[in-house]
Structures are given as structure tokens and as C-alpha cells.
Design a protein around this ligand. Structure first.
Ligand code: NAD
Ligand code: TDX
Length: 351
């Protein structure tokens, strides 16, 4: 039985109030949702968003924020700029989202994944360590645990780290670097591992926004393999709430799984999207499977539930309906992110 989530109000943070926080990868999907979540929950804190603005980063995602939000255009591999930024804003806490995040791109070309996810994380750790940061949350993924079969129990935090894609391997390497800094330098970090997110501002290369866009525009819906792969879906607002709990109340050195307690096959999701968008199932196209495609992810979230009171609030049905509505209302946002680079990627991936 899971605890029901407590309201994440500033007073719930005890003495560890969020004051001056550096958010890497803040112009991406989850990072930008997290920045808005924190500014809403903790209006007097200072947030420094740090982002290289790769194809996945977009300043539109950080529009209309208050004066206590600052943006620094920078790469996490740039040690000098990191050190300068942390010092000039007197940063106390770091939440590290910045990453190359798309599995299919890691199969096309691994180099950006090793650079950003491994080297970038190491440089950020060094800058944060030198500045005596108080708390550091490393945002990781369920994919580091590898893949489950149908009858396996969900991943716990003690599951072996056995990543299968270059993306997952680069995230696993970054997790292990964080772990080594905790053990070797008593570095004040925590690691979160979350399942598949969906919600507003997600880049349309990922399953749900891609299918919503294609279904609305009468384009084919490319389902890998037989469509029976399973993911554990969580709305981005629940993920953000969980990270805020870990940032303010998590125990240093610990790993926390986060998930949505909602396993669905890809084909089920695609059919739900077709239904919502009033499209036709004839748009479904079964295409060549992803190489090394993980069959199933599922998270055991007992630890974060019993220690910090997290449980997902958003049902998949409500979350999907509001996400589709958001994409309908934000056609301009979609047009902006669908730049030349995006079109070239889609051409290479689905040719
Ligand atoms: P995203 O691709 O939407 O955003 C990544 C952001 O990082 C972008 O704004 C990009 O510009 C920035 N970035 C990339 N390389 C950078 C660099 N070298 N220096 C500075 N900034 C850089 O990704 P997302 O889906 O928001 O994921 C955020 C984090 O959460 C990642 O670490 C990812 O591994 C993790 N995660 C994602 C999911 C998911 O379902 N999307 C699930 C679990 C964990
Ligand atoms: O066109 C597609 N067709 C398809 O069948 C795409 C883009 C995906 N899929 C399948 C592959 C997966 O089984 O849908 C499932 C979800 O795919 P993605 O959205 O690419 O996510 P996934 O590979 O599961 O990884 C995601 O969750 C964990 C995020 O992208 C990662 O950043 C996160 O760590």
C-alpha cells in the first residue's frame, strides 16, 4: 500500500529550504517543467538555468518567468563557465538534468552521449565539489537497470546496473561517477532513476509527442517491432514533485526510484492517442525494430514512497488527455522546434 503524497509546500522542506539552485538542462522537457514547478512552489528562491541549447533545448520552454530566474547559455563540459556561474550566483544546490536523452540518436551516433552524459557530468561534479555545494541531485533513468521480462518483479534500487543502449550505458557511467564522488569525497549527492515521462514541452522525437503530432496530421504512426514493448509511464509533474522531495528531504548518498505505477504496451498507447485525436488505426505502420530494444521497464517505488511520501498523482488517462490538449494549443511551439535538424533526423530514422 502506497502513502498518499504530501503537498510539496515550502514548509514541508524543514530546514533545507531551496534558496539558490542551478538547474542544468533547464531548457529541455523535464528541466523546464521542473523550473516552473519550483518557482511555483518556492516563489522566493533563485534559479539559474544552465543549458547548451542543443536541438532539444529551447528558450521558448522558459518564457515568461519571474526576475529571480536567470538563464546561462553554457555547456556542462565547460568547466570555467560552470565555476564562474556557480560562484557568481552563490549556488547552493544543483539539479542535473542536462543530457543527450534519445535512445535512437545514441544508436545513430554515440559520441555526443559519451561527451555530455559522461564527461559533462564529471566536469559538473568537479565544479560543484570545488564550490562546496550543499546538495546535488543527479537525474537518471530506469534504463540503467536493463530490461525485464513479463514475469520479473519491477526494478528496485538494488537491481544490477546492466544498460543495453549506448544512451543507457552513458547514463549508467554518469551514475557510477556520482556514486564514486559520494564514496570517495563524501560529496553530498543523491541519484534519482525515473521511468518514461510524458507531458507538455516534450520534444516530438519521443513516442507520445511524435504519435500525437502524426495522428493529428494524418501521417503514419511508426511502431517498432510488434508494439508489445512495455514502459512504466509517469506524468512529468509527478517526476518534478519527486525530484523536489529528494532535493529538499532526501538522504545524502541514496538512490531513489521514481515511476508512475502504470505499465502500458506501446501499441496500447498508440491506440489511445488515435482514439483521442479522432484518427484512424490504418495510420499504424509496424516498422523495423530498434536494435537492442529493451522489452520492459517497471519501477518499484516503495523506497521513495515510504521515506519521502511520494506517489504519482496524475492518472495516465487524465495526463494523456491534457498532454494532447497542450499540443493542440501549442502548434507554434511545435513549428519552432521542428527545425531543419529535426526534419533531417526524422528522415534518417524512419527512411
Ligand atoms: P531533453 O533532451 O528534452 O533535454 C535535455 C536538455 O539538456 C536540453 O535542453 C539540452 O539543450 C541540454 N543539454 C544537452 N547537452 C548539454 C550540454 N552538453 N550542456 C548543457 N546542456 C545540455 O531531455 P529530458 O527528456 O528533459 O531529460 C532530462 C533528464 O532526465 C536526462 O538526464 C534524462 O536522462 C533523464 N530522464 C528522462 C526521462 C524521459 O522519459 N524523458 C526519464 C528518466 C530520466
Ligand atoms: O517512433 C517510435 N516508435 C516506437 O515504437 C518511437 C520514437 C518509439 N517507439 C517505442 C520505443 C520504446 O519502446 O516506444 C517506446 C518509447 O520510446 P521513446 O519515447 O524513445 O523512449 P524510451 O526509449 O523508452 O526512453 C525514454 O525513457 C527513459 C526516454 O527517451 C529516456 O530519456 C528515458 O531515460
Amino acid at each position: 500500500m502506497l502513502n498518499v503524497r504530501r503537498h510539496d509546500h515550502p514548509h514541508a522542506c524543514g530546514s533545507r529550504t531551496i534558496m539558490r539552485i542551478l538547474v542544468t538542462g533547464a531548457a529541455g522537457f523535464i528541466g523546464s517543467n521542473f523550473v516552473r514547478y519550483i518557482l511555483n512552489q518556492h516563489p522566493s528562491c533563485t534559479i539559474v538555468s544552465y543549458d547548451a541549447l542543443t536541438y532539444a533545448g529551447n528558450l521558448e520552454n522558459l518564457k515568461n518567468l519571474p526576475k529571480n530566474h536567470h538563464f546561462v547559455h553554457g555547456n556542462i563540459c565547460d568547466s570555467e563557465l560552470l565555476t564562474k556561474t556557480i560562484a557568481s550566483f552563490d549556488v547552493q544546490q544543483v539539479v542535473h538534468f542536462a543530457a543527450e536523452s534519445h535512445v535512437d540518436r545514441s544508436i545513430m551516433s554515440t559520441e555526443p552521449f559519451t561527451q555530455t552524459n559522461i564527461v559533462g557530468t564529471q566536469r559538473l561534479l568537479d565544479a560543484a565539489k570545488a564550490a562546496n555545494i550543499q546538495r546535488f541531485v543527479h537525474v537518471s533513468t530506469d534504463e540503467v537497470y536493463g530490461s525485464l521480462s513479463l514475469n520479473d518483479a519491477p526494478f528496485t534500487e538494488d537491481h544490477p546496473i546492466v544498460p543495453n543502449s549506448p544512451y543507457a550505458a552513458s547514463k549508467a557511467a554518469s551514475d557510477l561517477l556520482v556514486r564514486s564522488y559520494i564514496k570517495t569525497f563524501d560529496f553530498p549527492a543523491m541519484i534519482t532513476r525515473c521511468s518514461n515521462n510524458y507531458g507538455p514541452y516534450q520534444f516530438p522525437e519521443k513516442l507520445i509527442p511524435l504519435m500525437v503530432h502524426n495522428a493529428r496530421n494524418g501521417k503514419s504512426l511508426p511502431v517498432y517491432g510488434a508494439g508489445d514493448n512495455i514502459r512504466d509511464w509517469v506524468h512529468v509533474s509527478d517526476h518534478c514533485a519527486a525530484i523536489a522531495m529528494v532535493l529538499t528531504r532526501g538522504e545524502l548518498g541514496e538512490v531513489y526510484n521514481i515511476g508512475g505505477n502504470r505499465e502500458l504496451t506501446n501499441i496500447d498507447i498508440v491506440k489511445k492517442i488515435i482514439h483521442h485525436c479522432g484518427a484512424n488505426e490504418s495510420l499504424i505502420e509496424y516498422v523495423t525494430d530498434r536494435p537492442g530494444h529493451d522489452f520492459r521497464y517497471a519501477m518499484d517505488i516503495q523506497k521513495i514512497n515510504t521515506t519521502l511520501g511520494y506517489s504519482p498523482c496524475m492518472s495516465f488517462e487524465d495526463g494523456l488527455a491534457s498532454t494532447i490538449e497542450w499540443y493542440k494549443q501549442n502548434d507554434t511551439w511545435l513549428t519552432t522546434v521542428m527545425s531543419g535538424e529535426y526534419r533531417q533526423y526524422i528522415k534518417e530514422q524512419y527512411q
